[in-house]
Design a protein around this ligand. Sequence first.
Ligand SMILES: Nc1ncnc2c1ncn2[C@@H]1O[C@H](COP(=O)(O)OP(=O)(O)OP(=O)(O)O)[C@@H](O)[C@H]1O
Ligand SMILES: [Mg+2]
Length: 232
Amino acid sequence: MKHKMKQYHLITENLSSRIAESYRVLRTNLQFSSLDKSLQTIVLTSTAPAEGKSTTGANLSIAFAQTGSKVLLIDADLRRPSLHKVFKISNQIGLTNLLLQSVAADLALREVGVPNLRVVTSGPIPPNPSEVLGSRRMHELLATLAKSFDYIILDTPPVLAVADSTILASMVDGVLLVVSVAEVSTDKAKKAKAQLEGVKANLLGVVLNGVEHAAEDDYYYYYYRARAGRQA
Ligand SMILES: Nc1ncnc2c1ncn2[C@@H]1O[C@H](COP(=O)(O)OP(=O)(O)OP(=O)(O)O)[C@@H](O)[C@H]1O
Ligand SMILES: [Mg+2]
């Protein structure tokens, strides 16, 4: 068990301009990668835990919101939810309340001090996350929310641990795989990719997390590599 308090860094705080720029580059690459197809709903996942999904999801959402797009970031990691901690808001009402109870969406769509961005935290953790996320209700909810937002970004658990992110990957327009350079094993990354492709997920690319810059205050760096095109 790790007892270390997690710290999250958002580009709205005083992160170096280079880090903020790397998220803007990721955002721009995503915009260009979807010229011909709509890319409105995006799942962020990883092979293993703690590769930086939630941090990337939060900062990418902010980067999109900063262009004036209406963005919704949803904590669909019903195993180890964290967006309420990232944005320091309560997790009493969130996604699971929207799915399991008829809670008014407004109560769950939270403002976090970033114009154009709303966040839905996980809400109480159910005993059967995979079923909840794979439910017809989840499909319907995404379809309803898609009417009000330009982008919906879903933070999810690691691919290899549980089925949740694979299930969600099949419901969205694209999937980003966050890979920590410190943790990555090529075998596992390939396995994760195969699992996502097994449900015909549209794998948009890989975000390499944790590439260090020599002798700078930047401890974050993200690089996005789009695939040349989807293989049939
Ligand atoms: N590039 C980075 N450099 C330094 N610290 C980082 C970097 N990316 C993420 N972190 C930190 O690592 C921790 C794990 O990141 P995060 O929670 O975003 O990962 P995750 O993949 O969502 O984890 P989980 O599997 O628990 O959901 C956080 O404390 C975060 O601030
Ligand atoms: Mg996370």
